[in-house]
Design a protein around this ligand. Structure first.
Ligand code: 13P
Length: 249
């Protein structure tokens, strides 16, 4: 059985004071109840140094929310993989639907970012997911497979080192969660696609994201191909995030 991963995506939330309070509460909760799953928080770039210091004794891994597809140079506003690495970053989200939607990120760009993250020895969390219109048109499978295929073809056998997050766009921040059966169905499709690409696909963690919360985490995480969660809103509340972590044990 794959070890589960519970990753928080803080998105564009936080402050020095709020981050410290949240992380201290999470570390205290984890110390009281050692997590049997992997735990990570993906934080806004300016807070990486703060989080690196707060997490210096372990407890949770540090993640970033995006990275440049370029190695370095004249790319104003961008952040490179080597910069993330200096701050102890272990995971980096790539292709989150908010990046695809608001920043025009294409499948090819997402695949290049995944490649950069892998080459730097970090783990990309590759996000895929269909919009409501795509689901209603019966195109869910086609869309998620296309998004994942780009990453597979750019990364070859290294694909066994990625984490995948299935995040149906219609479930993100809306309070509408995919049912455990709906999520499992897509996770099984993604697993089969990974198995066709890699002999080690069974160890690839496939996370579910989209309004996962303290109440629904257990039933989602009980599905055979749901290996964890990528949590937005509920990751900002220590008690909720700790409940989700406990549900993953
Ligand atoms: P919510 O949990 O707030 O729906 O966000 C999910 C998400 O986008 C995580 O990356």
């Amino acid at each position: 059985m794959t070890k589960k991963l519970i990753a928080g995506n803080w998105k564009m939330n936080g402050s020095l004071a709020a981050n410290e309070a949240l992380v201290q509460a999470l570390l205290a909760g984890l110390a009281a109840n050692a997590a049997l799953c992997d735990v990570a928080v993906c934080v806004p770039t300016p807070y990486l140094a703060q989080l690196q210091a707060l997490l210096s004794n372990g407890g949770m891994a540090l993640g970033a929310q995006d990275v440049s597809a370029f190695e370095g140079g004249a790319y104003t506003g961008e952040v490179s993989v080597s910069m993330l690495k200096e701050f102890g970053v272990r995971y980096c989200l790539v292709g989150h639907s908010e990046r695809r939607l608001y920043h025009g990120e294409t499948d090819a760009l997402v695949a290049t970012k995944a490649q950069r993250v892998l080459a730097a020895g970090m783990t990309p969390i590759v996000c895929v997911g269909e919009t409501l219109a795509e689901r209603e048109a019966g195109r869910t499978e086609e869309v998620v497979k296309r998004q994942l295929a780009a990453v597979i073809s750019a990364n070859g056998h290294c694909v066994s080192e990625i984490v995948v997050a299935y995040e149906p766009v219609w479930a993100i921040g809306t309070g509408k969660t995919a049912s455990p059966e709906q999520a499992q169905q897509v996770h099984a499709v993604l697993r089969a696609q990974l198995q066709a690409a890699s002999a080690h696909a069974d160890r690839i963690q496939i996370l579910y994201g989209g309004s996962m919360n303290a109440a629904n985490a257990h039933s989602l995480l009980a599905q055979p191909d749901i290996d964890g969660g990528l949590i937005g809103g509920a990751a900002l509340k220590a008690a909720d995030f700790l409940t989700i972590i406990a549900a993953a044990q």
